[in-house]
Design a protein around this ligand. Structure first.
Ligand code: SF4
Length: 505
Protein backbone atom coordinates (compact mmCIF):
# COMPACT_ATOMS: atom_id res chain seq x y z
CA UNK A 1 0.00 0.00 0.00
CA UNK A 2 1.20 3.48 -0.89
CA UNK A 3 1.04 5.55 2.28
CA UNK A 4 1.57 9.27 2.78
CA UNK A 5 2.33 10.31 6.33
CA UNK A 6 1.95 14.05 7.08
CA UNK A 7 2.79 16.12 10.10
CA UNK A 8 6.05 14.41 11.09
CA UNK A 9 9.08 16.56 10.27
CA UNK A 10 11.74 15.10 12.55
CA UNK A 11 13.94 12.56 10.68
CA UNK A 12 14.40 10.55 13.86
CA UNK A 13 10.85 9.25 13.41
CA UNK A 14 11.47 7.78 9.96
CA UNK A 15 12.92 4.46 11.12
CA UNK A 16 10.55 3.67 14.00
CA UNK A 17 7.45 4.63 12.00
CA UNK A 18 8.64 2.65 9.01
CA UNK A 19 8.98 -0.35 11.33
CA UNK A 20 5.40 0.11 12.48
CA UNK A 21 4.13 0.22 8.89
CA UNK A 22 6.20 -2.87 8.02
CA UNK A 23 4.33 -4.82 10.67
CA UNK A 24 1.30 -4.57 8.38
CA UNK A 25 2.79 -4.50 4.89
CA UNK A 26 5.84 -6.54 3.92
CA UNK A 27 6.75 -4.14 1.13
CA UNK A 28 5.91 -0.88 2.87
CA UNK A 29 5.73 2.13 0.52
CA UNK A 30 5.79 4.91 3.07
CA UNK A 31 6.37 8.58 2.23
CA UNK A 32 6.90 11.45 4.62
CA UNK A 33 6.27 14.05 1.90
CA UNK A 34 3.41 14.80 -0.54
CA UNK A 35 3.13 12.13 -3.24
CA UNK A 36 0.84 11.53 -6.24
CA UNK A 37 -2.21 9.37 -5.60
CA UNK A 38 -1.49 7.77 -2.21
CA UNK A 39 -3.81 4.91 -1.25
CA UNK A 40 -3.85 5.89 2.38
CA UNK A 41 -3.02 9.28 3.87
CA UNK A 42 -2.50 9.76 7.57
CA UNK A 43 -1.90 13.05 9.34
CA UNK A 44 -0.31 12.98 12.81
CA UNK A 45 -0.43 15.90 15.28
CA UNK A 46 1.71 15.94 18.40
CA UNK A 47 0.97 18.26 21.33
CA UNK A 48 3.58 18.57 24.05
CA UNK A 49 2.52 19.95 27.42
CA UNK A 50 4.49 20.23 30.68
CA UNK A 51 2.97 17.05 32.01
CA UNK A 52 1.55 15.24 28.98
CA UNK A 53 2.38 14.24 25.45
CA UNK A 54 -0.59 13.75 23.17
CA UNK A 55 -0.75 12.44 19.60
CA UNK A 56 -3.67 12.30 17.22
CA UNK A 57 -3.73 10.39 13.93
CA UNK A 58 -6.35 11.07 11.29
CA UNK A 59 -6.30 8.75 8.29
CA UNK A 60 -8.26 8.42 5.08
CA UNK A 61 -8.43 5.35 2.86
CA UNK A 62 -8.86 6.88 -0.59
CA UNK A 63 -10.55 3.88 -2.24
CA UNK A 64 -13.53 4.06 0.14
CA UNK A 65 -13.11 7.64 1.47
CA UNK A 66 -13.48 6.07 4.93
CA UNK A 67 -11.85 7.96 7.81
CA UNK A 68 -9.95 6.48 10.75
CA UNK A 69 -8.87 8.27 13.91
CA UNK A 70 -6.85 7.47 17.04
CA UNK A 71 -5.65 9.56 19.98
CA UNK A 72 -3.21 8.64 22.75
CA UNK A 73 -1.82 10.58 25.68
CA UNK A 74 1.03 9.77 28.06
CA UNK A 75 2.16 11.50 31.23
CA UNK A 76 5.62 12.98 31.34
CA UNK A 77 7.34 14.48 34.36
CA UNK A 78 9.04 17.87 34.16
CA UNK A 79 12.38 16.31 35.25
CA UNK A 80 12.47 13.86 32.37
CA UNK A 81 15.70 13.91 30.31
CA UNK A 82 15.55 15.01 26.70
CA UNK A 83 16.25 11.44 25.61
CA UNK A 84 13.44 9.98 27.71
CA UNK A 85 11.05 12.70 26.53
CA UNK A 86 11.83 11.88 22.91
CA UNK A 87 11.32 8.18 23.63
CA UNK A 88 7.87 8.98 25.01
CA UNK A 89 6.95 11.11 21.99
CA UNK A 90 8.11 8.31 19.70
CA UNK A 91 6.02 5.69 21.48
CA UNK A 92 2.95 8.00 21.55
CA UNK A 93 3.18 8.62 17.81
CA UNK A 94 3.83 4.90 17.12
CA UNK A 95 0.77 4.06 19.19
CA UNK A 96 -1.66 6.19 17.16
CA UNK A 97 -0.17 5.11 13.84
CA UNK A 98 -0.45 1.44 14.86
CA UNK A 99 -4.05 2.01 16.02
CA UNK A 100 -5.26 3.43 12.70
CA UNK A 101 -3.41 0.75 10.71
CA UNK A 102 -5.01 -1.96 12.85
CA UNK A 103 -8.40 -0.50 12.03
CA UNK A 104 -7.72 -0.14 8.32
CA UNK A 105 -6.29 -3.65 7.88
CA UNK A 106 -8.31 -5.50 10.53
CA UNK A 107 -5.01 -6.98 11.77
CA UNK A 108 -4.13 -7.00 15.47
CA UNK A 109 -0.44 -6.73 16.31
CA UNK A 110 0.18 -9.14 19.16
CA UNK A 111 3.27 -7.29 20.31
CA UNK A 112 1.65 -3.87 19.87
CA UNK A 113 4.14 -1.12 19.13
CA UNK A 114 7.04 -3.13 20.52
CA UNK A 115 9.49 -3.74 17.71
CA UNK A 116 12.54 -4.30 19.96
CA UNK A 117 14.43 -7.50 20.39
CA UNK A 118 13.94 -8.24 24.08
CA UNK A 119 10.40 -7.87 25.39
CA UNK A 120 11.10 -9.72 28.65
CA UNK A 121 13.82 -7.24 29.54
CA UNK A 122 11.12 -4.58 29.76
CA UNK A 123 9.14 -6.67 32.21
CA UNK A 124 12.23 -7.48 34.33
CA UNK A 125 12.95 -3.75 34.53
CA UNK A 126 9.47 -2.91 35.79
CA UNK A 127 9.58 -5.69 38.40
CA UNK A 128 13.07 -4.65 39.50
CA UNK A 129 11.74 -1.11 40.00
CA UNK A 130 9.41 -2.63 42.59
CA UNK A 131 6.18 -2.62 40.57
CA UNK A 132 3.68 -5.39 41.24
CA UNK A 133 3.04 -7.89 38.46
CA UNK A 134 -0.46 -6.45 37.97
CA UNK A 135 0.85 -2.88 37.64
CA UNK A 136 3.63 -3.95 35.27
CA UNK A 137 1.19 -5.90 33.08
CA UNK A 138 -1.24 -2.99 32.97
CA UNK A 139 1.57 -0.70 31.76
CA UNK A 140 2.64 -3.14 29.06
CA UNK A 141 -0.91 -3.27 27.83
CA UNK A 142 -1.69 0.43 28.05
CA UNK A 143 1.60 1.93 26.90
CA UNK A 144 2.63 -0.62 24.29
CA UNK A 145 -0.68 -2.24 23.28
CA UNK A 146 0.75 -5.74 23.90
CA UNK A 147 -1.92 -8.46 23.85
CA UNK A 148 -2.73 -10.33 27.08
CA UNK A 149 -1.46 -13.72 25.91
CA UNK A 150 1.95 -12.24 25.05
CA UNK A 151 2.12 -10.55 28.46
CA UNK A 152 1.31 -13.91 30.07
CA UNK A 153 4.10 -15.51 28.00
CA UNK A 154 6.54 -12.81 29.13
CA UNK A 155 5.62 -13.34 32.78
CA UNK A 156 5.98 -17.11 32.61
CA UNK A 157 9.42 -16.67 31.02
CA UNK A 158 10.52 -14.14 33.64
CA UNK A 159 9.33 -16.46 36.45
CA UNK A 160 11.18 -19.37 34.91
CA UNK A 161 14.39 -17.37 34.52
CA UNK A 162 14.32 -16.31 38.15
CA UNK A 163 13.81 -19.94 39.21
CA UNK A 164 16.80 -21.05 37.18
CA UNK A 165 19.01 -18.07 38.08
CA UNK A 166 17.71 -16.70 41.41
CA UNK A 167 20.66 -14.28 41.58
CA UNK A 168 20.04 -12.93 38.05
CA UNK A 169 19.84 -9.32 39.23
CA UNK A 170 23.19 -9.65 41.10
CA UNK A 171 25.26 -11.28 38.40
CA UNK A 172 26.67 -7.97 37.12
CA UNK A 173 29.84 -8.64 39.14
CA UNK A 174 30.58 -11.77 37.13
CA UNK A 175 30.94 -12.14 33.35
CA UNK A 176 30.05 -14.69 30.70
CA UNK A 177 32.23 -15.52 27.72
CA UNK A 178 31.27 -15.98 24.09
CA UNK A 179 33.82 -17.63 21.80
CA UNK A 180 33.20 -17.25 18.06
CA UNK A 181 34.61 -19.78 15.60
CA UNK A 182 33.77 -18.54 12.11
CA UNK A 183 33.85 -21.74 10.08
CA UNK A 184 31.16 -24.09 8.76
CA UNK A 185 31.22 -27.00 6.32
CA UNK A 186 29.11 -24.94 3.86
CA UNK A 187 27.12 -21.73 4.09
CA UNK A 188 23.32 -21.93 4.68
CA UNK A 189 21.08 -19.71 2.55
CA UNK A 190 19.50 -17.76 5.43
CA UNK A 191 22.78 -17.24 7.30
CA UNK A 192 24.34 -13.89 8.15
CA UNK A 193 26.67 -15.19 10.84
CA UNK A 194 30.40 -15.09 10.30
CA UNK A 195 30.63 -18.54 8.73
CA UNK A 196 33.27 -19.37 6.14
CA UNK A 197 33.19 -22.67 4.31
CA UNK A 198 36.11 -24.51 5.92
CA UNK A 199 37.21 -26.79 3.07
CA UNK A 200 40.74 -26.16 1.96
CA UNK A 201 41.25 -23.24 4.38
CA UNK A 202 43.53 -24.89 6.94
CA UNK A 203 46.02 -22.03 6.81
CA UNK A 204 43.31 -19.57 7.71
CA UNK A 205 42.05 -21.79 10.53
CA UNK A 206 45.53 -22.14 12.04
CA UNK A 207 46.17 -18.42 12.17
CA UNK A 208 42.70 -17.73 13.48
CA UNK A 209 43.15 -20.22 16.32
CA UNK A 210 46.49 -18.62 17.19
CA UNK A 211 44.69 -15.30 17.74
CA UNK A 212 41.90 -16.93 19.70
CA UNK A 213 44.32 -18.67 22.08
CA UNK A 214 45.98 -15.29 22.66
CA UNK A 215 42.63 -13.64 23.49
CA UNK A 216 41.66 -16.44 25.89
CA UNK A 217 45.03 -16.20 27.68
CA UNK A 218 44.99 -12.43 28.07
CA UNK A 219 41.35 -12.10 29.09
CA UNK A 220 41.78 -15.08 31.44
CA UNK A 221 44.77 -13.37 33.06
CA UNK A 222 42.80 -10.17 33.54
CA UNK A 223 39.87 -12.06 35.12
CA UNK A 224 42.19 -13.95 37.49
CA UNK A 225 44.08 -10.82 38.52
CA UNK A 226 40.85 -9.02 39.30
CA UNK A 227 39.02 -11.93 40.95
CA UNK A 228 36.17 -11.86 38.51
CA UNK A 229 34.39 -15.16 38.02
CA UNK A 230 32.79 -16.56 34.91
CA UNK A 231 29.12 -17.57 35.00
CA UNK A 232 28.84 -19.30 31.60
CA UNK A 233 30.85 -19.95 28.44
CA UNK A 234 29.33 -20.39 25.01
CA UNK A 235 31.17 -21.57 21.89
CA UNK A 236 29.28 -20.36 18.82
CA UNK A 237 30.06 -19.18 15.33
CA UNK A 238 29.95 -20.58 12.66
CA UNK A 239 30.07 -24.11 13.90
CA UNK A 240 32.73 -24.60 16.61
CA UNK A 241 32.88 -28.32 15.85
CA UNK A 242 34.05 -27.57 12.29
CA UNK A 243 37.64 -27.54 13.52
CA UNK A 244 39.46 -30.82 14.14
CA UNK A 245 39.27 -32.87 17.35
CA UNK A 246 42.92 -31.97 18.11
CA UNK A 247 42.22 -28.26 17.65
CA UNK A 248 39.20 -28.52 19.94
CA UNK A 249 41.29 -30.35 22.53
CA UNK A 250 43.97 -27.64 22.55
CA UNK A 251 41.33 -24.92 22.76
CA UNK A 252 39.60 -26.41 25.81
CA UNK A 253 42.97 -27.04 27.42
CA UNK A 254 43.70 -23.34 26.96
CA UNK A 255 40.32 -22.48 28.47
CA UNK A 256 41.03 -24.59 31.57
CA UNK A 257 44.53 -23.17 31.99
CA UNK A 258 43.68 -19.56 31.37
CA UNK A 259 40.23 -18.91 32.85
CA UNK A 260 39.62 -18.69 36.59
CA UNK A 261 37.93 -21.62 38.40
CA UNK A 262 36.61 -23.35 35.30
CA UNK A 263 35.20 -26.19 37.43
CA UNK A 264 32.86 -23.67 39.10
CA UNK A 265 31.48 -22.27 35.85
CA UNK A 266 27.73 -22.93 35.82
CA UNK A 267 27.53 -24.00 32.18
CA UNK A 268 29.71 -24.54 29.13
CA UNK A 269 27.97 -25.00 25.78
CA UNK A 270 29.42 -25.92 22.43
CA UNK A 271 27.33 -25.40 19.31
CA UNK A 272 27.63 -28.50 17.16
CA UNK A 273 24.84 -27.15 14.98
CA UNK A 274 25.77 -28.94 11.79
CA UNK A 275 25.46 -32.71 12.34
CA UNK A 276 28.00 -33.26 9.54
CA UNK A 277 30.72 -31.92 11.85
CA UNK A 278 30.09 -34.34 14.73
CA UNK A 279 32.46 -37.31 15.07
CA UNK A 280 33.16 -39.80 17.90
CA UNK A 281 36.63 -38.23 18.32
CA UNK A 282 35.17 -34.76 18.87
CA UNK A 283 32.59 -36.08 21.32
CA UNK A 284 35.43 -37.76 23.23
CA UNK A 285 37.21 -34.42 23.45
CA UNK A 286 34.06 -32.77 24.83
CA UNK A 287 33.80 -35.57 27.39
CA UNK A 288 37.43 -35.18 28.37
CA UNK A 289 36.81 -31.53 29.26
CA UNK A 290 33.46 -32.15 31.00
CA UNK A 291 31.38 -30.42 28.39
CA UNK A 292 28.00 -32.09 28.03
CA UNK A 293 25.77 -29.33 26.65
CA UNK A 294 25.75 -29.12 22.86
CA UNK A 295 23.39 -27.97 20.15
CA UNK A 296 22.58 -30.15 17.17
CA UNK A 297 20.34 -28.27 14.81
CA UNK A 298 17.97 -30.10 12.49
CA UNK A 299 16.10 -26.87 11.50
CA UNK A 300 13.71 -29.20 9.64
CA UNK A 301 13.31 -32.94 9.15
CA UNK A 302 12.31 -32.53 5.49
CA UNK A 303 15.20 -33.46 3.22
CA UNK A 304 14.18 -31.18 0.32
CA UNK A 305 14.11 -28.21 2.68
CA UNK A 306 17.66 -28.86 3.88
CA UNK A 307 18.80 -29.02 0.28
CA UNK A 308 16.95 -25.81 -0.61
CA UNK A 309 18.59 -23.86 2.22
CA UNK A 310 22.09 -25.13 1.51
CA UNK A 311 22.61 -27.48 4.44
CA UNK A 312 24.59 -30.32 2.97
CA UNK A 313 23.62 -33.03 5.41
CA UNK A 314 20.79 -35.52 5.57
CA UNK A 315 17.94 -35.80 8.01
CA UNK A 316 19.19 -39.29 8.80
CA UNK A 317 22.58 -37.87 9.73
CA UNK A 318 20.97 -35.48 12.23
CA UNK A 319 19.16 -38.36 13.89
CA UNK A 320 22.21 -40.65 13.90
CA UNK A 321 24.48 -37.94 15.31
CA UNK A 322 21.93 -37.15 17.97
CA UNK A 323 21.95 -40.80 19.12
CA UNK A 324 25.74 -40.93 18.91
CA UNK A 325 26.07 -37.79 21.05
CA UNK A 326 23.56 -39.14 23.53
CA UNK A 327 25.38 -42.49 23.79
CA UNK A 328 28.68 -40.67 24.32
CA UNK A 329 27.64 -38.68 27.36
CA UNK A 330 25.99 -35.53 26.05
CA UNK A 331 23.28 -35.05 28.69
CA UNK A 332 21.92 -31.74 27.59
CA UNK A 333 21.23 -31.45 23.89
CA UNK A 334 19.51 -28.45 22.36
CA UNK A 335 17.90 -28.60 18.94
CA UNK A 336 16.94 -25.61 16.81
CA UNK A 337 13.92 -25.66 14.53
CA UNK A 338 12.82 -22.96 12.09
CA UNK A 339 9.21 -22.15 11.28
CA UNK A 340 8.52 -20.90 7.75
CA UNK A 341 11.44 -22.40 5.81
CA UNK A 342 10.93 -22.28 2.02
CA UNK A 343 8.33 -24.74 0.77
CA UNK A 344 7.13 -25.63 4.27
CA UNK A 345 3.65 -25.27 5.73
CA UNK A 346 1.68 -26.73 8.61
CA UNK A 347 1.98 -30.30 7.39
CA UNK A 348 5.77 -30.20 7.07
CA UNK A 349 6.17 -28.51 10.42
CA UNK A 350 3.93 -31.10 12.08
CA UNK A 351 6.18 -33.79 10.59
CA UNK A 352 9.24 -32.04 12.07
CA UNK A 353 7.55 -31.96 15.49
CA UNK A 354 6.65 -35.65 15.21
CA UNK A 355 10.30 -36.46 14.51
CA UNK A 356 11.38 -34.27 17.42
CA UNK A 357 9.06 -36.25 19.68
CA UNK A 358 11.04 -39.40 18.93
CA UNK A 359 14.23 -37.75 20.20
CA UNK A 360 13.03 -35.46 23.02
CA UNK A 361 16.11 -33.21 23.31
CA UNK A 362 16.46 -31.40 26.64
CA UNK A 363 15.82 -28.07 24.98
CA UNK A 364 14.32 -26.85 21.78
CA UNK A 365 14.66 -23.42 20.24
CA UNK A 366 11.89 -22.55 17.83
CA UNK A 367 12.86 -19.77 15.45
CA UNK A 368 10.62 -18.02 12.99
CA UNK A 369 12.39 -17.41 9.70
CA UNK A 370 13.64 -13.89 9.36
CA UNK A 371 14.75 -12.30 6.12
CA UNK A 372 18.04 -10.69 7.07
CA UNK A 373 19.27 -8.19 4.55
CA UNK A 374 22.64 -9.79 3.88
CA UNK A 375 21.50 -13.40 3.46
CA UNK A 376 21.41 -15.26 0.16
CA UNK A 377 17.72 -15.90 0.77
CA UNK A 378 16.82 -12.22 1.03
CA UNK A 379 18.88 -11.23 -1.95
CA UNK A 380 17.15 -13.83 -4.12
CA UNK A 381 13.77 -13.71 -2.41
CA UNK A 382 11.81 -14.80 -5.49
CA UNK A 383 13.61 -18.18 -5.43
CA UNK A 384 12.34 -18.98 -1.95
CA UNK A 385 8.58 -19.37 -1.52
CA UNK A 386 7.47 -19.11 2.09
CA UNK A 387 4.13 -19.59 3.85
CA UNK A 388 1.83 -16.60 4.40
CA UNK A 389 1.34 -14.75 7.66
CA UNK A 390 -1.72 -16.76 8.75
CA UNK A 391 -0.07 -20.09 8.19
CA UNK A 392 3.07 -18.94 10.02
CA UNK A 393 0.91 -17.90 12.99
CA UNK A 394 -0.76 -21.31 12.98
CA UNK A 395 2.62 -23.04 12.82
CA UNK A 396 3.70 -21.03 15.85
CA UNK A 397 0.53 -22.10 17.67
CA UNK A 398 1.35 -25.69 16.78
CA UNK A 399 4.79 -25.26 18.36
CA UNK A 400 3.28 -23.69 21.49
CA UNK A 401 0.78 -26.51 21.95
CA UNK A 402 3.23 -29.27 21.06
CA UNK A 403 5.89 -28.05 23.50
CA UNK A 404 3.33 -27.62 26.31
CA UNK A 405 1.94 -31.11 25.85
CA UNK A 406 5.43 -32.63 25.76
CA UNK A 407 6.65 -31.10 29.01
CA UNK A 408 8.65 -28.16 27.62
CA UNK A 409 8.36 -24.68 29.11
CA UNK A 410 9.44 -21.42 27.43
CA UNK A 411 12.38 -19.79 29.21
CA UNK A 412 13.64 -17.09 26.86
CA UNK A 413 12.41 -15.25 23.83
CA UNK A 414 13.64 -12.70 21.39
CA UNK A 415 12.32 -10.94 18.33
CA UNK A 416 13.95 -9.83 15.12
CA UNK A 417 13.18 -7.34 12.43
CA UNK A 418 11.69 -8.79 9.22
CA UNK A 419 10.61 -11.89 11.05
CA UNK A 420 7.80 -13.74 9.27
CA UNK A 421 4.38 -12.89 10.74
CA UNK A 422 6.03 -10.46 13.21
CA UNK A 423 6.37 -13.33 15.66
CA UNK A 424 9.23 -14.36 17.91
CA UNK A 425 11.90 -16.95 18.59
CA UNK A 426 11.30 -18.96 21.73
CA UNK A 427 13.64 -21.18 23.71
CA UNK A 428 11.90 -24.09 25.45
CA UNK A 429 13.36 -26.65 27.79
CA UNK A 430 12.46 -29.61 29.92
CA UNK A 431 12.53 -28.70 33.64
CA UNK A 432 16.02 -27.87 34.92
CA UNK A 433 17.68 -28.03 31.49
CA UNK A 434 17.52 -24.32 30.58
CA UNK A 435 20.59 -22.67 29.11
CA UNK A 436 21.81 -20.04 31.55
CA UNK A 437 23.89 -18.39 28.82
CA UNK A 438 20.75 -17.79 26.75
CA UNK A 439 19.14 -16.06 29.73
CA UNK A 440 22.27 -13.93 30.19
CA UNK A 441 22.40 -12.82 26.58
CA UNK A 442 18.71 -11.97 26.46
CA UNK A 443 18.28 -10.15 29.73
CA UNK A 444 21.55 -8.16 29.62
CA UNK A 445 22.21 -8.27 33.36
CA UNK A 446 25.92 -9.00 33.02
CA UNK A 447 28.87 -8.40 30.74
CA UNK A 448 29.49 -10.91 27.99
CA UNK A 449 33.04 -10.81 26.68
CA UNK A 450 33.24 -11.89 23.04
CA UNK A 451 36.45 -13.59 21.88
CA UNK A 452 37.23 -14.74 18.36
CA UNK A 453 35.87 -13.86 14.98
CA UNK A 454 32.64 -11.91 14.73
CA UNK A 455 32.27 -12.07 18.50
CA UNK A 456 30.57 -9.00 19.93
CA UNK A 457 31.20 -8.02 23.50
CA UNK A 458 28.47 -6.42 25.53
CA UNK A 459 29.77 -4.59 28.55
CA UNK A 460 27.03 -4.06 31.14
CA UNK A 461 27.93 -1.65 33.93
CA UNK A 462 27.55 -3.59 37.23
CA UNK A 463 25.71 -0.70 38.93
CA UNK A 464 24.04 1.46 36.27
CA UNK A 465 23.32 -1.30 33.75
CA UNK A 466 24.59 1.00 30.97
CA UNK A 467 25.61 -1.04 27.93
CA UNK A 468 28.72 -0.51 25.79
CA UNK A 469 29.30 -2.70 22.76
CA UNK A 470 32.49 -3.79 21.06
CA UNK A 471 32.72 -6.02 18.01
CA UNK A 472 35.62 -8.15 16.82
CA UNK A 473 35.79 -8.21 13.01
CA UNK A 474 33.78 -10.82 11.15
CA UNK A 475 36.37 -12.00 8.67
CA UNK A 476 39.34 -14.12 9.78
CA UNK A 477 41.88 -11.98 7.89
CA UNK A 478 41.05 -8.73 9.70
CA UNK A 479 40.85 -10.66 12.95
CA UNK A 480 44.29 -12.17 12.41
CA UNK A 481 45.71 -8.74 11.64
CA UNK A 482 44.30 -7.07 14.73
CA UNK A 483 43.50 -9.53 17.55
CA UNK A 484 46.15 -8.11 19.89
CA UNK A 485 44.68 -4.64 19.59
CA UNK A 486 41.10 -5.90 20.05
CA UNK A 487 42.17 -7.67 23.23
CA UNK A 488 43.83 -4.51 24.54
CA UNK A 489 40.77 -2.42 23.71
CA UNK A 490 38.51 -4.79 25.60
CA UNK A 491 40.77 -4.77 28.64
CA UNK A 492 40.70 -0.97 28.69
CA UNK A 493 36.88 -1.06 28.66
CA UNK A 494 36.84 -3.76 31.36
CA UNK A 495 39.17 -1.72 33.59
CA UNK A 496 36.82 1.24 33.36
CA UNK A 497 33.72 -0.86 33.84
CA UNK A 498 34.96 -2.58 36.98
CA UNK A 499 36.75 0.57 38.14
CA UNK A 500 40.25 -0.90 37.99
CA UNK A 501 43.01 1.68 37.71
CA UNK A 502 45.67 0.02 35.68
CA UNK A 503 46.44 -0.69 32.10
CA UNK A 504 47.50 -4.18 31.20
CA UNK A 505 48.67 -6.17 28.18
S1 SF4 B 1 25.44 -23.81 10.23
FE1 SF4 B 1 24.75 -21.92 11.22
S2 SF4 B 1 26.52 -20.54 11.19
FE2 SF4 B 1 26.93 -22.20 9.73
S3 SF4 B 1 26.28 -21.41 7.75
FE3 SF4 B 1 24.53 -22.55 8.61
S4 SF4 B 1 23.33 -21.02 9.77
FE4 SF4 B 1 25.35 -20.12 9.33
Amino acid sequence: MKIQLDGIKDDRFVRPLTHIVQLFFEEADLHFEMIDSPEFTVHIDVTEGDHTIRANAMGILHSTAKRYEATFEQNVSAEETEKERFRLIKSTVSYVLLSVLEEVTGMVQQWGILTGVRPTKLLHKKLQEGKSKEAAHAELKEDYKIQDHKIALMQSIVDRQLDVVPDLYDLGKEVSIYIGIPFCPTKCAYCTFPAYAINGKQGKVDSFLGGLHFEIREIGRWLKENNINITTIYYGGGTPTSITAEEMDLLYEEMYESFPSVEKIREITVEAGRPDTITPEKLQVLNKWNIDRISINPQSYIQETLKAIGRHHTVEETINKYHLARSMGMHNINMDLIIGLPGEGLEEFQYTLDETQKLMPESLTVHTLSFKRASEMTQNKEKYKVADRNEITRMMELATNWTASNGYTPYYLYRQKNILGNLENVGYSLPGQESIYNIMIMEEKQTIIGLGCGASSKFVHPETGKITRFANPKDPKSYNDGFEQYTKDKIIILNELFDINKTQV
